[in-house]
Design a protein around this ligand. Structure first.
Ligand code: V47
Length: 401
């Protein structure tokens, strides 16, 4: 049965005309977006986004069995991307660069596991050449032929093009030839020039990020997109960012999913400058950004919640706020954990299924291309944790009076 929208549920009168547009399937404009960001009627906003999502995706929620690999944390932008806690200079404590054999050894965890995707991102290493990555992709494909590879952000693609003195198109074509399936959505941050000047001064511009994704789409490489919120950006900046994503999607149709990323302020310069260490975004902000992403990006099929960043509990609630895609098993998340995330670094397949099913939705495993692999609705629940050593309880001694 198609979902219905009861406009009487919207407590904030400013949401009603937007609700009418959403019901009619009309595109929201900048002023609508500002009204959505300004509202405190979170449940009204969620009602709108849930309606828009159910109309597109029904009660299905996608998840994937994936494994994150981060071949290096050495990054030439270490000093200027002040929001990042992951990057290191080559000589800094904790800096690492994996050999291909080390990458393959880590990827061995996929053997015997249900893994269908390697998600590979890292720093902009000053010396690693394109060949390191094409060899890595070929080596991984040889060892795990059925696993899709989602690898390298637009920023890494542009960096490799610069190092090799070739075009971004040539870098993408070489990676595709070596086995690349899709690009992750990282590195977008917020496209506004003023915001970038403050948090990511030397990173490629918003227009350049869009250009790399456009080129990927033209080559038949689908991509994801993100927005990093909760630092110095305004609602206006966020909406301009979303408008640029929507415009490219109108042109190419190459985006698969949108992932709003919540800024984590620990162990990075920006967090200290803002006096925010230990204070990540609020649940209210996280749900708002999920819902507005779903409503504004009417042409992007999926909206994903990254549970390591906002917690599994909030990700579960996000499924009623417009979200139909949950980040996968992950094994193991590093970018947010360097920035203070206190969630687990991986989630088991049965736990993911349970998270979705307990929210009243239908868990469907997908691959990197969003093709449904299996409906997990009837899977057995996760095995209970092994019983802890029985603790000796000493009962209080009651003395007779
Ligand atoms: O680009 C870095 C962000 C991104 C911090 O495509 C931070 O499926 C918060 O893009 N606080 C990388 N965020 C992660 C990413 C991603 C994650 C999951 C799925 C997909 C996908 C993509 O992480 C970076 C940056 O925007 N980031 N540092 C921080 N301190």
């Amino acid at each position: 049965m198609p979902p219905t929208l009861d406009l009487a549920l919207l407590r904030d009168p400013a949401l009603r005309p937007i609700g009418e547009k959403v019901t009619l399937g009309q595109r929201l404009d900048h002023a609508d977006g500002l009204a959505l960001y300004a509202t405190n009627d979170l449940l009204g906003l969620g009602t709108l986004a849930d309606f828009a999502n159910r109309r597109q995706n029904g009660d299905r929620v996608f998840f994937s069995a994936n494994q994150h690999l981060n071949p290096t944390n050495v990054c030439v932008l270490r000093a200027t991307c002040t929001f990042c806690s992951f990057a290191r200079t080559p000589k800094e404590e904790g800096a690492y660069t994996r050999s291909l054999d080390e990458v393959y050894a880590e990827a061995e965890q996929a053997r015997g596991a249900p893994t269908t995707e390697f998600h590979i991102v890292g720093g902009l290493h000053p010396k690693l050449r394109l060949e390191y990555y094409t060899d890595m992709l070929r080596g991984l494909k040889e060892r795990h032929p059925t696993v899709h590879i989602k690898a390298l952000t637009a920023v890494e693609i542009a960096h490799l093009a610069r190092i090799e003195k070739i075009s971004e198109r040539e870098v993408l074509a070489a990676l595709k030839d070596a086995g690349l399936t899709s690009l992750p959505g990282g590195g977008a941050e917020v496209f506004s020039t003023a915001v970038r000047a403050t948090i990511a001064e030397r990173k490629l511009t918003g227009e350049e990020w869009i250009r790399v994704h456009r080129t990927a789409h033209q080559l038949g490489i689908p991509t994801n997109c993100t927005m990093l919120y909760g630092h110095v950006e305004t609602a206006d900046d966020r909406l301009q960012h979303l408008a640029m994503l929507r415009e490219l999607q109108d042109e190419t149709g190459g985006f698969l999913t949108y992932i709003p990323l919540a800024y984590h302020p620990d162990h990075n310069e920006l967090g200290e400058e803002l006096g925010r260490v230990g204070t990540a975004t609020s649940g209210f902000e996280d749900l708002k950004n999920i819902a507005i992403g779903r409503l504004f990006l009417d042409n992007i099929p999926h909206v994903k919640t990254h549970w390591p960043m906002v917690t599994p509990a909030l990700s579960q609630i996000a499924l009623s706020f417009g979200c139909d895609d949950v980040e996968g098993t992950v094994v193991f998340e590093r970018v947010y954990h360097e920035a203070g995330a206190s969630t687990d670094m991986a989630m088991s397949y049965p736990q993911l299924v349970t998270l979705i099913r307990d929210a009243g939705r239908r868990p469907v495993e997908r691959n990197s291309l969003y093709e449904a692999l299996r409906d997990a609705s009837d899977d057995a629940p996760p095995a209970p944790p092994a019983p802890a050593e029985p603790r000796k309880r000493s009962l209080p001694v009651v003395h007779a009076a």
